[in-house]
Design a protein around this ligand. Structure first.
Ligand code: NAP
Length: 304
């Protein structure tokens, strides 16, 4: 069976930072990624809080991370991991077609995905007006009205980005205060194209072939209202991308991977880094820091 000292699952900021540190420590390292390297920042319009970079596009920063890992000769392979198993001291990474790879240590850096709202119409109109990526789809809504659902940093920042295309962006949030950082909220509220719709939940997304309206319910007054529009961008938080370790690794905080201070999971030799693990802050800078720590912990595990 093909074997590596270290296999990193996921090539977002955590996995790519882990690859840089692992290669510089001389480890035989393979990075597995199901799509393009970069992770969630590929769908982020603007990044302005990565230290040393006053402003960058998400894809620009992703490409810089990948180029850095390639500079240190990290090996990449496009693959969808189906399962991870432990056999003795070996970690076995299994792909959909049954192929197996053996590793001395594994870093799970597979990130998180956008949570679905689950209301009527969401599935039916996904790709027909419903989107989870403003960078990918904003241009389809030039001079139209759209809604953004959510009140966190992603929702509020992407609402601002959408005003570069849409005429009006309804920002629908279930409470009377946004969760996003104060500066981000101030910038959004100063934008005349953003219309906050507070204390409101999305009840349904409706239309014919494409979306033509949403129904929202005010949770304080229990009144329903229709908003005519063409696009709905849903940004209501994240879920871990880690189905391939179901039943193997301990989870906490509603499903995120539990790690110790060295980022080791409940199984010795398997580490977790970035958004996939239970953590108080999910940022590019914390994911990159996690990657570095996990790589050094994997080195210590394999060499001491
Ligand atoms: P988040 O911070 O967890 O916010 C999720 C938002 O969706 C909250 O406002 C939440 O409402 C709302 N929500 C959750 N479930 C809902 C439901 N079923 N129906 C309606 N609304 C619902 O998620 P995020 O914005 O995706 O951000 C994820 C992480 O990345 C956060 O740690 C965030 O700070 C970070 N991030 C940082 C930046 C930045 O610093 N520039 C940019 C993007 C993301 P409640 O507020 O009522 O709970």
């Amino acid at each position: 069976m093909e074997k590596r000292e270290l296999i990193i699952i996921g090539a977002g900021p955590a996995g790519l930072a882990a690859a840089i540190y692992a290669k510089r420590a001389g480890m035989d390292t393979l990075v597995l990624e199901k799509g393009r390297a970069g992770g969630q920042i590929l769908t982020t319009s603007r990044i302005e809080n990565y230290p040393g970079l006053l402003e960058s596009t998400g894809s620009g920063l992703a490409d810089a991370f990948r180029a850095h890992a390639e500079f240190f000769k990290a090996e990449f392979r496009t693959a969808f991991v189906h399962k991870v198993e432990v056999r003795g001291k070996s970690k076995i990474v299994i792909f959909r077609d049954g192929t197996e790879l053996e590793a001395g240590a594994v870093i799970v850096a597979s990130g998180a995905s956008f949570r679905k709202q689950g209301c009527p119409g969401e599935g039916k109109y996904t790709g027909m007006g419903v989107s989870y990526c403003a960078v990918c789809d904003a241009a389809f809504f030039e001079d139209m009205d759209v809604a953004v659902i959510g009140g966190g940093n992603t929702a509020v920042e992407e609402a601002c980005y959408l005003t570069g295309f849409a005429s009006r962006v309804y920002l629908v949030h279930r409470r009377d205060q946004f969760r996003a950082d104060k500066l981000v909220v101030e910038r959004a509220l100063a934008n005349p194209r953003i219309v906050p719709v507070m204390d409101s939940v999305l009840e349904s997304i409706e239309g014919a072939d494409m979306v033509d309206k949403i129904v929202v319910r005010n949770v304080k007054t229990d009144t329903r209202s229709e908003i005519p529009l063409n696009g709905v961008f849903i940004f209501i938080g994240m879920l871990p991308n880690d189905g391939f370790v179901n039943g193997l690794l301990k989870r906490v905080d509603g499903g995120w991977l539990a790690t110790d201070e060295n980022l080791q999971t409940s199984v010795p030799g398997i580490f977790a880094a970035g958004d996939v693990r239970s953590t108080s802050l999910r940022q590019v800078v914390t994911a990159a820091g996690d990657g570095a720590r996990a790589a050094m912990s994997a080195y210590a595990y394999l060499h001491h």
